[in-house]
Ligand binder design. Structure first.
Ligand SMILES: [Zn+2]
Length: 385
């Protein structure tokens, strides 16, 4: 027998008493069907309700051929009288977000003459796909109009039109429909076939906030939050921006330009550091007596891309040079075309990546620097003999 759907009659019903009509166990998972239920089963993009039933947890809810099956944490016997209570905070959050989606999708579809081709309601954001391109500015205009509609507290009504009325009605639909069709209307915003749960009027959506617009297939995917979620999102992001502004000693609205300045300053300092390292390498090279066989230099703050130049400067005076830099980077330069031989000599004691020519090899070497220096010098001196 089909389950009586209390949530369709009254989406605000949180508690009910009923009887277990059927009880099954599938691979250790317990499921019960009830005479009537306020638990919304997953469908139409809206996740299933959670809550308590007869003192046990309701973990999931699905509809199969008109019967609503509740996955419960422990078995409930057939014929038992049970009280049910849905997790209202979770459900109301879905109702606000689902209703927000109707307002935004309805406005988008009528404005762009497009269709909603995808919908997913997650626990953090909802995503909607449309088969039309859209710019961020256009999306912001849609958001402005949606929030205006929210301020007008427009009733959200559910109707079951006769087949004749339905044939005359223009409405959005996510799939081919058969049987009794439930139409949700929000005057001036949306007319849509939908079996989900909605708030009474748009005022309860409180606000919608579009978070991103990405190109997706031939249209766009929009991520959005509504209701308490949107307000919490605003509070959280205000926290982020205030913290960032404080670190930058800037006003919140000046944060982007302050970050830009810091990045520019950082780039300039990196450049100056590189210049200084080059100058030091040249000075070090000058201090090396001509004809020196081997030179080892550890420059722990030098990025890998600078090591070649440093090695070349030192190589003007020393025959075999090894320079190590940040993130375990290294360069070996050999004026006698023995770079690969030198690298090979280190392989026994160190984990090494990279390669190159007989004149120069570079890559990553892990291990103790002092030990590395000793072994490199020993290997280079052996070649000199
Ligand atoms: Zn709906």
């Amino acid at each position: 027998m089909e389950t009586v759907k209390l949530y369709e009659q009254d989406a605000y019903r949180t508690a009910f008493s009923t009887v277990v009509e059927d009880s099954i166990s599938e691979k250790g998972i317990f499921k019960v069907a009830l005479r009537e239920t306020a638990f919304y089963p997953e469908g139409g993009g809206q996740p299933a309700d959670h809550g308590m039933l007869g003192g046990v947890k309701v973990l999931d809810v699905h509809e199969r051929d008109g019967v609503i099956w509740h996955t419960v944490s422990e078995p409930l016997p057939k014929g038992a009288a049970v009280d049910g209570e849905i997790d209202w905070a979770r459900r109301y959050d879905f109702m606000q977000n689902h209703s927000g989606e109707h307002v935004v999708s309805g406005i988008i579809c009528s404005t762009f003459g497009c269709s909603n081709v995808g919908f997913h309601m997650g626990s953090d954001v909802i995503t909607m796909d449309f088969n039309t391109p859209m710019t961020w500015e256009q999306a912001m205009e849609i958001e402005r109009r949606a929030n205006e509609a929210i301020g007008r507290q427009i009733p959200i009504a559910a109707l079951y039109p006769s087949p004749e009325d339905l044939a005359r009605l223009e409405y959005r639909s996510k799939k081919e429909l058969s049987g009794r069709v439930r139409i949700i209307t929000i005057e001036g915003c949306d007319t849509c076939a939908c079996c989900g749960t909605h708030v009474r009027n748009t005022g309860e959506i409180r606000m919608v906030k579009i978070l991103s617009v990405q190109n997706y297939k031939s249209g766009v995917r929009i991520a959005m939050v509504s209701g308490n979620r949107a307000i919490a999102d605003y509070a959280r992001k205000h926290g982020y921006i205030t913290a960032a502004a404080r670190l930058l000693s800037a006003k919140p609205e000046e944060t982007p330009s302050a970050v830009e300045r810091v990045l520019e300053e950082n780039g300039r300092l990196r450049y100056e550091m590189a210049e200084l390292r080059r100058r030091i390498a040249r000075l070090q090279a000058q201090a090396i007596p001509a004809g020196t066989a081997v030179c080892f230099l550890d420059e722990p703050s030098a990025p890998a891309r600078e090591l070649r130049e440093i090695a070349n400067a030192l190589g003007e005076r020393a025959e075999h040079v090894m320079v190590t830099g940040e993130n375990d980077s290294y360069v070996i330069r050999s004026g006698r075309n023995q770079a690969r031989v030198l690298l090979h000599a280190l392989k026994e004691n160190f984990s090494i990546q990279g390669g190159g020519s007989e004149q120069m090899v570079q890559g990553v070497i892990r291990g103790d620097r002092a030990k590395l220096e000793g072994l490199f010098k020993a290997a280079a001196e052996k070649i000199q003999e």
